[in-house]
Design a protein around this ligand. Structure first.
Ligand code: PMP
Length: 281
């Protein structure tokens, strides 16, 4: 079932206009959220992030955060799904052919409840290979990656390079060569027992799964800090893993042809993943 501008309809009946600026210009924002055992995981955090993004791009969401929360829960209830994925999208809405949002009187709200395609299961055990992308992550002074916008071409170009190299993900650097995140996941390394992830001000989404993992590390007494990660640090890391709503936590065992640690997911990754499993149970 799909929520679209106040109505919940079967997916065959959910349409947007070809004049929607979300389609024409990628003018809009979105969230990806999980449903685990009938509960929407960290819904309030997702809604807060959506409204922050809306503020940055000056998009007037036609619902209050409380109404949005209810719309999400109603759509999940209508879908009857106990486990699944929610795609919450707010577009600038219908307008003229020019880019000006002033021609779009009403943003559109779309909530899709469906299943999620995770990475193939075997990779959670053996880890994935990644490359670093040639294209750099959007800079915070152009389009800050903290805005989860409908404009994903930056990530898509990097993703295509990963696929050409036979990889599932690509690490994206900022313009100074520091690691930011991957195309659809945040990144962590472990070095001498300490968990390190780039600060979001390098140019990364403030991932909800990233926050969850940082909290779990703190609870579990695993030292954790935000810090700059250069390629040297990535190549010499003891462990590496990615986090995201879709991916959850997935180990990385090869980066640009260099084996991470001994080539198998390491103990800190393993421990955090067990804690994460309990968190979503
Ligand atoms: N970075 C990017 C570019 C993403 O699109 C996502 C979401 N798929 C993430 C990181 C992870 O964020 P979250 O944990 O909130 O899903």
């Amino acid at each position: 079932m799909i929520y679209i501008d106040g109505r919940i309809v079967p997916k065959e009946e959910a349409f947007v206009s070809v004049y929607d600026h979300g389609l024409l210009y990628g003018d809009g924002i979105f969230e990806g959220i999980r449903i685990y055992s009938g509960t929407v995981f960290r819904l309030k955090e997702h809604i807060d992030r959506l409204y922050e993004g809306a503020r940055v791009v000056m998009l007037q969401i036609p619902l209050s955060p409380e109404e949005m929360e209810k719309a999400v829960l109603d759509t999940v209830a209508a879908s009857g799904k106990e486990n699944g994925y929610i795609r919450l999208v707010v577009t600038r809405g219908k307008g003229d052919l020019g880019i000006s949002p002033a021609t779009c009187p009403k943003p559109s709200v779309i909530i899709i409840v469906d299943d999620i395609q995770l990475y193939p299961k075997e990779y959670y055990e053996k880890g994935i290979r990644v490359i670093t992308a040639a294209i750099r992550r959007n800079t915070v002074d152009s389009l800050d990656p903290r805005v989860k916008s409908l404009n994903y071409l930056n990530n898509i170009l990097a993703k295509m390079q990963a696929q050409q190299a036979g990889c599932l993900e690509a690490v994206m650097l900022d313009r100074h060569g520091y690691v930011t995140e991957c195309t659809g996941d945040n990144i962590f390394i472990v070095k001498q027992g300490c968990l390190i992830t780039p600060p979001v001000t390098r140019g990364a989404l403030d991932g909800i799964t990233r926050r969850t993992v940082i909290e779990l590390a703190e609870t579990g007494g695993i030292p954790v800090r935000e810090g700059d990660i250069a390629l040297f640090d990535l190549y010499t890391a003891d462990e590496c893993f990615l986090t995201g709503t879709g991916a959850e936590m997935i180990p990385v065992t090869e980066i640009d042809g260099r084996t991470v640690g001994d080539g198998r997911p390491g103990p800190v990754t393993f421990r955090l993943r067990e804690m994460f499993r309990k968190e979503i149970a």
